[in-house]
Design a protein around this ligand. Structure first.
Ligand code: 3HC
Ligand code: NAI
Length: 704
């Protein structure tokens, strides 16, 4: 028997223990081990069997690294059949997170018990998959079709007590020792002569389903799914559960699981799963780098960003001091925090007493002396280098030695800011995204002198406040905003070339972007980009460049806040509508500039907008600004709502073919000039070598 799975008889209870760190994923050795243990249990004196896991969690799913490789026997369905057919009750003892295939193993058991802190769920949809080992057939039989659909299409786990109320967990265990409590529970089942309860034997109740339920579920989900097919296939599986016998339903589930497993969407989402975890790792940092304790934080500036950042810390129980210029500004900042929490409470996502607890952790001051004892400061004042330098000088004077001094700047040079202190080793960038309490990305900006322990601590605190961290070196706009320049530029150029705003946005939204770049400009305010461009001295002297954005801003059409920008907005509903006036204006401008308007295909819109992202991404890699191509993908998925089903811009380049991207960029260079379309040397190199960005990442990681 394999070492990762062991079997022992404890009195009249057989105990199968899985020990496959870190998350007890269902690798081949685990599947084989469980099968062999079950065989032993059928032949010994045991009267019931407990399946439990060592370490931090029950089985957290199939081993994702095995996907896409030739399948190895035994398959998971074989293991589940053996559990279900056991002649003795099999009890799953759950702690941590029983997810995906792990929860499906538990559902094949005759009974499920869990400690109160456990969670269960079927997150496969987040990998572009569906539960492929009976989850779509068993959950509806226990919890009903609607609850199953919700659980499986959202992929969100539920707490043990919720699962208990849904019937998915039979018993919540008390006591310190999970295994002892589970054995006691199993003994109780034996003593009471409890039957072999198999979920497959439950008749699924479909009485409460209105006619056309599955069709309308499909429609609703396709709006939310943004180019993903998994949701649709999950509905088909649950429909099969409601209409077909169990074995036929399982067969259908297997077929659709296999279809998804080979889909580009799932490949992209699995890429992101590992990329996200990789991004938190800093290549040249010693593994055992000591961490600085962070028990209290100060935020300087309680505006749009500062308030949201304060909430991130309060949400995980870390006290925050918000520093503002005067009482009015402070009152406004704290007021916005309360308003944001109130919205969450109203949505039923946070109990009121917890809101008060969190708000209680955020105190305000206008006196810098009050932050002398904090362990970390995050500055989020206006985007002015002089102001930031002045504030860091002040922080240097008041903060205790060892305090981490971070800036949330979007564009300023972290090294220059650091030089305004006598402790540049403690200075780092922590670039949150708006709204900071919602957006998951945290770009951690490593200054020239930032010390290892500051970086390690910021990465760790980032994870603690539930952010996905990616490391950037210092450059204008860091990874994300630097890449964005060409995307916005081309969206505007396409207007002169022949597109309407809605044509550009619609093509990118069909691709999966949450919002097209022009609609996004209207949301952020066209005055913001206008002002930012005025401060830039190195833009090419080209009247076409940002022409429409500039004109609209000069007309006072700032976007949503003035009721018009690229679009006009319904004052009541804020619905965006095409504006013939803008379309006329575009035509006039094109003609003034001598640009001959022509029909532009959706394909060209995607290439013109995304290829500059990829090209800049390649430059960022060769300059060592980002550690890996996959980090860039993480930045775009979590900071810019690039569709997860496309895996980020660099993965998208791999999917299209790096050579195809390079050739197209050369074509654009020949048509539109070197200023905008000069191919990155790394892109050229990979294209010539026939390599992908993923291979580039792998070669570099192997060389380390
Ligand atoms: N397969 C392979 N590796 C996995 C894995 C899995 N299912 N789940 C986690 N890992 C790895 C991670 O890549 C990471 O590796 P690293 O240390 O080398 O970077 C390590 O385990 C630890 O993972 P986390 O950093 O994510 O640890 P956390 O403690 O923060 O989170 C977790 C633990 C909640 C279990 C989280 O890892 C998670 O959500 N895992 C994925 C769960 C999942 O999606 N399961 C479904 C898989 S698909 C399936 O089961 C199909 C079935 O229906 C047939
Ligand atoms: P904001 O204008 O909403 O808020 C800035 C706040 O700083 C104001 O409340 C102001 O009173 C306060 N302030 C000014 N001087 C101060 C001082 N000396 N001491 C204490 N408080 C002071 O600005 P916003 O949008 O929150 O931006 C802050 C920083 O975050 C900027 O550097 C910006 O580039 C960056 N950022 C902004 C994003 C956004 O979408 N708004 C996204 C990511 C980063």
């Amino acid at each position: 028997m394999s070492e990762v799975v062991s079997y022992k008889l404890k009195g009249n209870i057989g105990v199968i223990s899985v020990n496959n760190p870190p998350v007890n994923a269902l690798a081949q050795v685990v599947r084989e081990g469980i099968l062999n243990s079950l065989r032993l249990s059928q032949q010994d004196g045991s009267e019931a069997v407990v399946l439990h896991c060592e370490g931090r969690t029950f089985i957290a799913g199939a081993d994702i690294t095995e996907f896409g490789k030739p399948p190895k026997e035994p398959g998971l369905p074989e293991v589940l059949s053996a559990i279900e057919e056991s002649t003795k009750p099999v009890v799953a003892a759950i702690h941590g997170t029983a997810l995906g295939g792990g929860f499906e193993v538990a559902l094949a058991c005759h009974y499920r018990c869990a400690i109160g802190s456990a969670k269960v769920g079927l997150p496969e949809v987040k990998l572009g998959l569906l539960p492929g080992a009976g989850g779509t057939q068993r959950v509806p039989r226990v919890a009903g079709v609607k609850a199953a659909l919700d659980m499986i299409t959202s992929g969100n786990p539920v707490s043990a007590s919720k699962a208990n109320s849904m019937g998915l967990i039979d018993e919540i265990l008390v006591g310190d020792d999970l295994l002892d409590a589970a054995i006691a529970y199993a003994k109780g089942l034996v003593e009471s002569g409890a039957p072999l309860k198999r979920i497959r034997d439950i008749d699924l109740n479909t009485e409460d389903l209105e006619a056309g339920f599955f069709e309308s579920a499909r429609k609703k989900l396709s709006r939310r799914a943004r180019g993903q097919i998994a949701q649709d296939r999950i509905v088909s599986c649950i429909e099969a559960a409601a209409t077909l016998p169990m074995d036929e339903g399982l067969q259908r589930e297997r077929e659709l699981f296999q279809e998804l497993l080979t889909s580009p969407e799932s490949a992209a989402m699995r890429h992101i799963f590992f990329a996200e975890r990789q991004a938190a790792k800093i290549n040249d940092l010693p593994k055992n780098t000591a961490l600085r304790p962070i028990d209290k934080v100060a935020i300087i500036g309680g505006g749009t960003m500062g308030g949201g950042i304060a909430m991130c810390f309060a949400n995980v129980g870390i006290p925050v001091v918000l520093v503002e210029v005067d009482a009015d500004a402070l009152g406004r900042g704290l007021g916005i925090v309360r308003k944001n929490y109130n919205i969450t409470v109203q949505k039923g996502k946070l109990p009121e007493d917890q809101m008060e607890q969190r708000i209680g952790l955020i105190t305000g001051t206008t006196n810098y002396d009050d932050i002398a004892d904090v362990d970390m400061v995050i500055e989020a004042v206006f985007e002015s280098l002089d102001l930031k330098k002045q504030i860091f000088g002040k922080l240097d004077a008041v903060c205790k030695p060892g305090a981490i001094l971070a800036t949330n700047t979007s564009y300023q040079d972290v090294d220059i800011i650091a030089e305004s202190t006598a402790r540049p080793q403690d200075v780092v960038g922590m670039h949150f995204f708006s709204p900071a309490n919602v957006m998951k990305l945290l770009e951690v900006v490593r200054g020239e002198k930032t010390s290892d322990d500051v970086l390690a601590t910021v990465m760790q605190i980032g994870k603690k406040i539930k952010k996905v961290c990616a490391l950037s070196r210092v450059c204008y706009g860091f990874i994300g905003n630097r890449m964005l320049g060409g995307y916005g530029r081309e969206a505007q150029m396409l207007l002169l070339d022949g597109c309407t705003p809605s044509q550009v946005d619609a093509a990118l939204e069909r691709f999966g972007m949450a919002m097209g770049p022009l609609a996004m400009g209207d949301l952020a305010g066209l005055d913001v980009g206008y002002k930012a461009r005025q401060a830039l001295t190195n833009l090419p002297d080209d009247p076409r460049l940002y022409r429409m954005g500039t004109l609209l801003a000069e007309m006072g059409r700032y976007g949503q806040k003035t009721g018009s920008g690229y679009y006009k907005y319904d004052p009541e509903t804020r619905r965006r509508m095409s504006d013939p006036e803008v379309e006329e204006l575009i035509e006039e401008e094109a003609s003034k500039l001598g640009v001959e308007r022509r029909a532009v295909s959706d394909e060209e819109i995607l290439e013109r907008c995304f290829y500059p992202l990829i090209n800049e991404g390649a430059k960022i890699l060769e300059e060592g600004i980002a550690q890996r191509a996959s980090d860039i993908d993480v930045v775009y998925i979590y900071g810019y709502a690039f569709p997860a089903a496309k895996g980020g811009p660099m993965h998208y380049a791999d999917a299209v073919g790096v050579k195809n991207v390079y050739d197209k960029i050369c074509e654009f260079r020949d048509s539109y000039g070197e200023d905008y379309w000069s191919p990155a040397p790394l892109l050229k190199q990979l294209a010539e070598e026939g390599k992908s960005f993923a291979q580039w990442d792998k070669e570099r990681s192997d060389a380390q």
